[in-house]
Design a protein around this ligand. Structure first.
Ligand code: COA
Length: 161
C-alpha cells in the first residue's frame, strides 16, 4: 500500500481508536491477557498509559488516517535497560504489509542508544515475520513461557530482500 506513513504521540482523543485496535479477537488472542477489554477498563488503562514515565505511545498514521498503535515501555521482566515494544494495527489495516514500516518509522523517533525488546507469542507468525523484516535479532538467551524474544538496537539493519 502506498502513501506516507508517520507516527505522532497518542492523545486523550485516541482513547476509542486504541480500544478498536486492541480489543478484537485476534489482538486479544495474541496478547498475554487474552480476554475482551470492557470500555471502562480500557479508559482507565489508557489514562494511566498516557501518563506513564519513560514510555512512548504513538499513533501510526497513513495519509492522515489512524491505522494503528505502537507502544514502547519498560517492563520488569526484561529490566530497565530496554523498552518492550507492542504494535497493533486496526483490524482493517492488517495483512497489507504495513506493520514493518510502521515499526521502522516509530523506532526512528527514539533517542540514540535505546534498546528494544519484542516478546511475541510463539504462534504469532505475522508478528515474528514483521520484526524480522525490521531487523530484530532472535534472542537465544532470554526465555519466557509461550513466547519468543527478539531484540533491536540502532545498529540492526533490515535484511536484504
Ligand atoms: C502483527 C501485526 C502488527 C503485523 O502487521 P501486518 O501489517 O498485518 O503484517 P504484514 O501484512 O506485513 O505481515 C507480516 C508477515 O507475516 C505474514 N503473515 C500475515 N498474516 C499471517 C498469518 N495469519 N499467518 C502467517 N503469516 C502471516 C505476511 O505474509 C508477512 O510475511 P512477509 O514479511 O514474509 O511478507 C498486525 O497483524 C496486528 O496488528 N496483529 C494483531 C496484534 C498483534 O498480534 N500484535 C503483535 C503482538 S506481539
Amino acid at each position: 500500500m502506498n502513501g506516507q506513513l508517520t507516527v505522532r504521540p497518542a492523545t486523550p482523543f485516541d482513547v476509542w481508536f486504541t480500544h478498536h485496535c486492541g480489543n478484537d479477537p485476534v489482538s486479544r488472542s495474541m496478547s498475554l491477557g487474552g480476554k475482551p477489554i470492557p470500555r471502562d477498563t480500557h479508559q482507565e488503562w489508557y489514562r494511566k498509559k498516557l501518563a506513564q514515565p519513560s514510555s512512548y505511545f504513538f499513533i501510526a498514521m497513513l495519509e492522515g488516517a489512524r491505522i494503528g498503535i505502537i507502544r514502547l515501555q519498560p517492563d520488569q521482566y526484561f529490566g530497565s535497560d530496554c523498552l518492550e515494544i507492542a504494535v497493533t494495527l486496526a483490524p482493517e489495516f492488517r495483512g497489507l504489509g504495513l506493520g514493518a514500516n510502521v515499526m521502522i518509522v516509530a523506532l526512528a523517533e527514539l533517542p540514540k542508544g535505546v534498546r528494544v525488546v519484542a516478546s511475541i507469542k510463539e504462534e504469532n507468525t505475522a508478528s515474528i515475520r514483521m520484526v524480522l523484516r525490521v531487523g530484530f535479532q532472535f534472542d537465544v538467551e532470554t526465555t519466557r513461557p509461550g513466547c519468543v524474544i527478539y531484540r533491536w538496537d540502532s545498529s540492526c539493519r533490515p535484511p536484504a530482500r
